[in-house]
Design a protein around this ligand. Structure first.
Ligand code: NAP
Length: 350
């Protein structure tokens, strides 16, 4: 297959850098353009970007000139991966979709729109069909696909496996979120060292709503939200990458921890989302040590695409409790968007 040309919006940021790293030698996509704000526009990427990943910047990227985030400037691309702040995404992403680009977005701006898929292919690959309704309703040649906020990501994958096996009624969740989730330069060191910040603006509302859309059913070109009730506390902690979520659940039918572990570790992506370059393999790893998962040790499981669950045990208030870990800038952001784009191509919706 001839590689599909793609561009990255917000290429210099925390998520943008992950896009570059994950698209280096990607079998389906080739990066032909990089864009950032007018602070960086016109500069070589290697000069404008403060590279923060441990792996080196791909050699092809350093001399690429940063372009403005406008459709006319990125005509060489067919898909744009958006790592824009939500405010900018709100105005820019529809301009790209109208101009015929498929926009795979990390921003929260369009996640709640009824005709915009909010996708985790290993959970709700069928929701991508909303793109057809979106194109009809908006008269766009292109489209917008979104992935959820990085805390809902691993949480929803684990909940999907339990919901499918036992049903799901309520979830009480407490997050411990990494610093890279706040972008670059993000939270000041004097705020976060020796500290936990017990509020991340807007995050609790996202975690209490986004899983309901992803666990919901596609019916007549709309999503019927799952009837699951959530309560979330979200916290920023001094971890570089990897969001940990402590979860208590009430199931539709009671299950032992052993039954839950079997349901989690045997969970498979829907057929349409299997065997793509970014398909997590396995989708979920269940650890049986008493002190795992841990971000430093487990975040790169399955290349950062696998959801890691541990400490599955009875909950004295609800039914079960457990811990979920997911890499926030890989599965929770850039890797997730790339997986969405791969599914879009496979479904002939590009
Ligand atoms: N970090 C995560 O774990 C994570 C996870 C899921 C979703 N998200 C979402 O992904 C998006 C990007 O997050 P991030 O953490 O990568 O943020 P970030 O590190 O602050 O990067 C923001 C990027 O957007 C560019 N930008 C800013 N204003 C712009 C404008 N007016 N026009 C064009 N480009 C502009 C910046 O370019 P300059 O360098 O030129 O300023 C930079 O490349 C956000 O919507 C965020 O909520 C993040």
């Amino acid at each position: 297959m001839k590689p599909i040309p793609v561009a990255i919006l917000g290429a210099t940021g925390s998520v943008g850098q992950r896009f570059l790293a994950l698209l280096d030698n990607h079998p389906m996509f080739k990066v032909v353009a990089l864009a950032a704000s007018d602070r960086s526009e016109g500069k070589p990427y290697g000069q404008a970007c403060r590279w923060i990943l441990a792996d080196p910047m791909p050699a092809w990227a350093s001399e690429m000139t940063l372009l403005p985030a406008e459709p006319q400037a990125l005509q060489a691309a067919r898909i744009v991966f958006s790592a824009l702040p939500a405010e900018q995404a709100k105005t820019l992403e529809p301009e790209f979709a109208r101009a015929g680009f498929a926009v795979c977005s990390n921003a929260s701006s369009y996640r709640r729109e009824s005709d915009v898929p909010l996708l985790l292919p290993e959970v709700n690959a069928d929701h991508i069909q909303l793109v057809r309704a979106q194109r009809l309703a908006r008269g766009w040649q292109g489209c917008i696909l979104t992935n959820p906020n990085c805390t809902s990501t691993g949480l929803t994958v684990a909940l999907k496996a339990l919901d499918q096996a036992f049903g799901l009624k309520r979830a009480f969740v407490v997050s411990l979120q990494a610093l890279s989730g706040a972008g670059y330069p993000g939270v000041s060191s004097l705020d976060i060292l020796d500290n936990v910040i017990p509020n991340i603006g807007g995050e609790e509302e996202k975690v209490e709503w986004e899983p309901r859309k992803m666990l919901g059913q596609l019916e007549n070109d709309a999503i019927r939200l799952a009837e699951v009730r959530f309560s979330a506390h979200t916290n920023r902690v001094a971890v570089v990458d990897g969001h940990t979520v402590c979860v208590s659940v009430e199931l539709g039918q009671e299950a032992t921890p052993e039954q839950a572990c079997r349901a989690l570790s045997s969970y498979q992506a829907p057929a349409a989302a299997r065997n793509l370059p970014s398909t997590p393999d396995p989708v979920i790893v269940v650890r049986d040590e008493t002190d795992r998962p841990q971000p430093r040790l487990d975040r790169l499981t399955g290349g950062g695409m696998t959801t890691v669950v541990g400490r599955v045990r009875p909950d004295p208030l609800l039914h079960l409790k457990f811990v979920v870990l997911s890499h926030n800038t890989i599965r929770g952001a850039a890797g997730g968007s790339i997986y969405n784009a791969e599914l879009l191509v496979r479904e002939n919706l590009l």
